[in-house]
Ligand binder design. Structure first.
Ligand code: GDP
Ligand code: MN
Length: 399
């Protein structure tokens, strides 16, 4: 799960990471009066979206008056911002963060990530702050400093000092940097983060180390033990299809293709997507309905897949062990009876109660195309989708 910059700054602040004074606003008027509360004479208005690259896309504006703040806000609120991290759809701006502007001496990059290959927390730093890490890696790879944390002992002070020296820091600033980096590590560890990124981390003219930007990502599987973080979830920033799935307890990942997939088991779901691609189609989603799925759950999964406008054919592929093919068939019948669809539906059932399942589908007289193997199912769904595209209209009765 991702959170907003202002939320990350607040959390990191609780561990000792300093950032400029700031305030959140939900409207241009609120931004203006919250800025007056902050005081000072230069501020930065920052669009709060779950994506980086806002600076270049007009989501970060330095302002020197009330009027400038309001103008900057009006250009942001209610608009979508498109950056290389948002996808082409962009992300809606519904909150802005106003912050006192800072006189920057040097900008650094600081990131902590979970490195799965070494199974450790990896610290990544560079003097080339402000640029995205991908750009730094492409253009200035020699500037990247890496350190990994031994889990049994945690991040050691000498490691932080070494990094500070490599970044060219001196005097009291070294201690400030050590404090900041240690705080980031503690926040990462204690809150079950998978990523903390401060870009830029800046050295100010008066020797302070401040986080001007902050991003944090958390391990979804650990959220149950951090209710204060679960509460920070902002559904307006998430893929609406994935949101609906999460609310229904389904494992769903939206993709760009047009063949909707309803499968049980993550492994079979991946194999199904591969086989669809092999047959010349593009999957619209990954969906694992899990074990012991009731007809209601299957029907829910079906409605979820059909709520994606891009879906032009559906493949249901079930290899039932714990699941029961008759329940799956009932779920498909229930979904198609309540909300008839005009796109082709291919069903392949195998395993527990397969005969009953096939009988239920046959007796329903619904226009379901049956298949007996995965490859046959994938070929059928792609063929049905192609002929449907050429013959039939793609208006659908379902939502
Ligand atoms: P991002 O583009 O989404 O990563 O947004 P950032 O928060 O990193 O802001 C983009 C850039 O705006 C930063 O790299 C800074 O150079 C600049 N910026 C942000 N806040 C300030 C500030 O307080 N003072 C100054 N001078 N520049 C700032
Ligand atoms: Mn940034």
């Amino acid at each position: 799960m991702d959170i907003h910059e202002y939320q990350a700054k607040d959390l990191l602040g609780q561990f000792g990471v300093e950032s400029p004074p700031g305030a959140l606003a939900y409207s241009p008027e609120q931004a203006a009066y919250r800025t007056r509360e902050l005081g000072g004479d230069r501020w930065v208005v920052k669009a709060q979206v779950h994506a980086g690259g806002r600076g270049k896309a007009g989501g970060v504006k330095v302002c020197a008056s009330d009027t400038e703040i309001q103008i900057a806000c009006k250009e942001m609120f209610g608009k979508k911002i498109v950056t290389h991290q948002t996808g082409s759809e962009g992300k809606g701006i519904y909150r802005v963060y106003v912050e006192s502007a800072v006189a920057i001496k040097t900008e650094f990059y600081l990131g902590l990530v979970l490195d799965r290959s070494s199974q450790r927390v990896m610290i990544v730093c560079s003097k080339e702050g402000g640029m995205e890490i991908e750009e730094i890696a492409a253009e200035q790879p020699e500037s990247i400093i890496r350190a990994s944390v031994e889990p049994a002992v945690g991040l050691r002070e000498f490691q932080c000092r070494d990094i500070a020296f490599e970044l060219g820091l001196e005097g009291n600033v070294v201690q400030n940097f050590v404090r900041t980096l240690s705080a980031c590590y503690r926040a990462f560890r204690d809150l079950d983060a998978t990523m903390v990124e401060i870009n830029p981390l800046v050295l100010t003219e008066n020797g302070r180390i401040l986080a001007l930007d902050a991003k944090m990502t958390f391990d979804d599987n650990a959220l149950f033990r951090h209710s204060q973080i679960s509460e920070l979830r902002d559904k307006s920033q998430e893929d609406p299809r994935e949101c609906r799935a999460a609310d229904r307890g389904l494992n769903y990942v939206g993709l760009d293709g047009n063949i909707g997939c309803i499968v049980n088991g993550a492994g079979l779901a991946m194999a199904t997507m591969d086989t669809i691609k092999h047959a010349g189609g593009e999957p619209a989603n990954f969906l694992d309905i899990g074990g012991g799925a009731t007809p209601e759950r299957v029907a829910k999964a079906f409605r979820l897949v059909m709520s994606d406008d891009k879906v032009e054919a559906v493949l249901v592929n079930i290899f039932a062990g714990i699941n029961r093919c008759d329940w799956v068939a009932e779920g498909v019948v229930q979904a198609l009876t309540e909300n008839p669809v005009s796109v082709p539906v291919v069903v392949r059932l195998s395993g527990t109660n397969v005969e009953e399942g096939n009988k239920i589908l046959a007796a329903s007289e619904l226009p379901v195309i049956m298949a007996s193997s995965l490859s046959e199912a994938a070929t059928s769904v792609v063929e049905a989708w192609r002929s449907h595209l050429t013959n039939g209209s793609l208006t659908r009765a379902v939502q």
